[in-house]
Design a protein around this ligand. Sequence first.
Ligand code: CP
Length: 348
Amino acid sequence: MITNKWRGRDYLAETDYSKEEIETIIDVAYELKRQRAMGQPHNNLLPGKTLFLIFYNQSLRTRNSFEAGMTQLGGHAHFLDPNKIYTPAMEGHEVAYTTERVSDVARTLSRMGDAIAIRCYGDPVQWRYGGAHEMLREFARWADIPVLNMEDDIYHPFQGLADIMTVKEKCGGFKGVKYLMSWAYSPSIDKPRAVPQSGITYPTMLGCDVTLAHPPEMVMDPKIIQQCKDYAKASGGKFRVERNFKKALKGQHVVYAKAWCPTAIYKPPIGQDDKKKAQQIFDKYKSWIVNEENLALADKKAVYLHCLPCDRGYEVTDGVVDGPQSVVFDQAENRLHGQKAVMNLVMR
Ligand code: CP
């Protein structure tokens, strides 16, 4: 009997998939990208299928790449504003006639469509780290259809997929590629850690030489750090943590720098629940900016990555993000191709 090991699977975290499976997804994504470039329609892949999109947070790239992607595959993406439905809520967080238990929403949508994609982090889960990921796992427990993670408070697996596709295109592969994920200054202290956490997970899994750089206070989830060490060991890649921005930049082939908040918003160790204190700590590190001088410390042919939106003048200068080394719009485009690959594999 022929079995399809992809059909019906969730995409909640890249760590749920093996290295070989991620490589297959990347291959499928490039094939779909090639077909689109050749003007070959592939709207016969998911005809009549519906993807529900639930966004608790704002989005430009994620929403539009999922919607366009479903159209191109022959299906339909249906946007749901959680404040205009009965807001899906976990048991214990329900409000009469305002929320609806996640288990009920998941089972209802499973009777009507073919996948549920969710973005949730921050305020909707009171910035409790891991609370949003738990909610997505709860959706997946009850849904009979795939649940896709459009960014929670631990992982942004579709962003990481687009990032690593871009690295492969620009650097020719993963082995020996010096990849820097660095914290960069932003006046906003409210940024989740999902992008940088997925942004170090994929490249260590696939064999890059990864450096994670951040000021001492901007620590990441120790479980993710351990996972990256394990992946690097298994893939023959490398993983190290650096506290000095300029030192970290030296000789890198990929420079990816963005702000993140170390734990749930301004809770310990940043500021002990004191937003003003957290802001003061952030403001100590205004020199962590990708400007022309800092980028010149990297390899001459280094590419600059950012998931976007970027904070111009803080995380990066206009000269860099609009300059010849920036590949941020190729990276944004790869959101479309990577997501189409996963949808095509799991929703058939
Ligand atoms: N990078 C990213 O996820 O962008 P959006 O917030 O616009 O979806």
